[in-house]
Design a protein around this ligand. Structure first.
Ligand code: FAD
Length: 248
């Protein structure tokens, strides 16, 4: 029989690392399997992003999370998780994607990855939801100008950008691209910005909409994305709107 570990953790994000720390403290043998780099989702966050949570709230493993402001940056977070891995000497395999998992008749889990096979008495699935964007399912969504992830505002300088949505990330993207020189329009399904938009983002975006520097269409949804325009449908009917970039 193969070597069986007590616990396999699928996903090397903050949750997976926290589970690894708990396993290590409980004296359980463990293996974390991560398909990308350490904290892959965070690594792919916008390069200049600041977390919505304070560093205190993000702390794990009884390890202080030092940041220069009250909210940590992506860079500070990457440093923090690198330190945690070193401190707890976690058993972590990077660039190893779990492809399938099954429980054998003897109750042992068999995990199959792109690099090999592993066996464990227990499994934690901590794969987050970052890699599963919510699609609009409209024609043109597969055009190269449509992005489901935002990393850097620079490519949008001088471009017409349509931001679809009205939660925190959408408002952040609208503001960041606007401040860097994009002409920004928002298409919002509801009648207002989302009620969970953080209190320090809300006045800024509301004022930009109020003074017209960012145009927002409420009660509006996307019908089609074309190479040179996006077709929106709002309370007054169909509205083609010329956009060169699109960020739903
Ligand atoms: C812009 C932005 C800002 C955010 N700010 C905050 C904030 O301030 N505070 C907060 O609490 N949350 C915030 N979030 C939410 C944040 O993403 C989660 O809190 C955090 O990443 C959840 O950690 P997780 O480990 O559960 O998931 P993830 O960080 O998504 O980690 C899951 C990991 O599993 C890996 N994985 C997936 N499938 C497989 C597979 N088959 N095999 C192996 N590995 C796999 C992924 O590569 C990934 O590294 C923010 C999200 C975004 C997008």
């Amino acid at each position: 029989m193969q070597n069986i570990v007590d616990l396999i953790i699928i996903g090397g994000g903050p949750t997976g690392i926290n589970c690894g720390i708990a396993a290590s403290e409980a004296g359980l043998s463990h293996l974390i399997l991560e398909k990308g780099v350490l904290v892959n989702s965070l690594y792919n966050f916008p390069v200049n992003m600041t977390f919505f949570s304070t560093s205190k709230l993000l702390e794990i493993g009884n390890t202080p999370f030092i940041s220069h402001g009250d909210k940590p940056t992506r860079r500070e977070a990457l440093e923090y998780y690198r330190r945690l891995i070193e401190k707890y000497k976690l058993n972590l395999h990077l660039f190893e994607e779990v492809l399938s998992m099954q429980q054998n008749a003897d109750q042992v889990y068999h995990i199959h990855t792109n690099k090999g096979d592993y066996y464990a008495h227990s499994v934690v699935v901590a794969i987050g939801f970052y890699d599963t964007p919510r699609l609009l399912n409209v024609p043109g969504e597969d055009l190269p100008k449509v992005k489901h992830y935002f990393d850097d505002p620079h490519p949008y300088v001088g471009q017409k950008v349509l931001v679809i949505g009205a939660r925190n990330s959408a408002c952040d993207v609208a503001l960041e691209t606007y401040y860097k020189g994009a002409q920004v329009t928002m298409a919002v399904r509801g009648e207002a910005l989302h009620d969970k938009v953080k209190y320090w983002i809300l006045p800024n975006i509301e004022n930009r909409i109020k003074d017209g520097s960012i145009k927002a269409y409420f009660n509006t949804h996307v019908l089609e994305i074309r190479p040179r325009e996006v077709v929106l449908e709002g309370p007054n009917g169909v509205l083609p709107s010329k956009m060169t970039s699109c960020w739903p």
